[in-house]
Design a protein around this ligand. Sequence first.
Ligand code: AMP
Ligand code: MG
Length: 491
Amino acid sequence: MTENLTGTKPGWNFDNSYARLPEAFYSLVDPSPVRAPKLAVFNEPLAASLGLDATVLQSEEGTAELAGNRVPEGAEPLAQAYAGHQFGYFTMLGDGRAILLGEQLTPQGERMDIQLKGAGITPYSRRGDGRAALGPMLREYIISEAMHGLGIPTTRSLAVVDSGQTIIREEMQPGAVLTRVAASHLRVGTFQYAAARGEQDDLRALADYALQRHYPEATNTENRYLALLQEVIGRQAALIAQWMLVGFIHGVMNTDNMALSGETIDYGPCAFMDRYDPATVFSSIDTGGRYAYGNQPSIAAWNLARFAESLLPLLHEDEEEAVRVAEEALAGFSEAYERHWIAGMRAKLGLFGEEAEDPALIGDLLKLMHQHRADYTNTFRALTFETLEGEPLFGTPAFAEWQKRWQARRGRQAESPDASRERMKRSNPAVIPRNHRVEEALEAAVREGDYSVMHRLLAVLACPYAHTTEQADYAALPPESPRPYRTYCGT
Ligand code: AMP
Ligand code: MG
């Protein structure tokens, strides 16, 4: 890193371990240059944590690297091969518009994928143009950084570069390149790809690579591939519980969008729920509601079953035994999920310890919220500060009854009311990226080139548990609209 001291180099410290996997897993391909790259947003704190020089990266030369116009020193650009079940149907896919530059070895000793999304055609582009539109890339930037602020494992966004090129979607749109930072881009679909090809040595190499990269402690266990399966199940159980606890709806939980690392990945038609309703769907293409809010835990379990299937040849030489251990591991998902979720719900209600009645207490509140169309985030926020107004729910006798039970439960714990409230403040965000606020920020940026609205939103979302007065504005619901909010995959 000494060269970094001169301030003329961005501080790239690439290794390219993925490129040392068997050839079938990738295609070497350089990003395609764009016409007139202009930096749209840049994440200085993230750059610093990666050991990168923010000033150099924001210069013309740095922007050229983030646009894909110049390959950074030490990078070995490639597109990853993978498969996936999309809405239940199996397809061979691969990075059709994303290019992995390499893995940045950070000053903290981490290994982080640096990927350019929207960087041009690859051998996996099929009929796509390899490009991304500015609006959706800014949207990924906002939501992924909001998830990070909420303390939920996620890929992050280092920068968005406006490409200075128009791309054709339903209408002409400005193009962009997003720099995505991830613990890795290994997906359930990467394993499905290896399993579908049927080369067991390749599958084993991939599994060993995933173990080494994400679960090194599991490498020395008796059956390390079973340990891999169990670890991935455990991390997904924790992740999905965290989504559910903040009302996040991913929107496209295809198996190619489920990361082995346990990070949230691929922000397409995702959005946060306003009024509590398990049937909430925002994505325009999810007409069957497959990826509705309330379905996310069972869809995760379904995806993990596909992961387990792809690992079968490694789990045991006897196929029946392999299936048995896989099923046993998969059975652990719902138990782990419930455990994380109930613990999170107790924290949201300021409860310490465990009582047998807790699940009913939690379930009854959610039922009332559903019945009275209560805003998910604001209801818990109101409970936290005991400012019980703004929701019709709070005026009902049924809620008064529930509130008595809740107070009695809190009264039975040794911890002080202050400790209980502190717990609630840490567990109930004051703000989430409300859809109308995100839209407003994107409108200003894309249509008027005014990024100030987006920067204000990002600042508020960076500290969602601060509970400051400035946040109050961002907690408000959109005006009631006859048309439900829709998100589009047209990316
Ligand atoms: P996603 O819905 O973003 O997870 O993408 C699903 C698949 O479609 C991935 O293999 C992407 O690389 C590919 N894809 C999406 N958009 C494009 C595009 N504009 N050009 C080429 N491939 C794309
Ligand atoms: Mg994807």
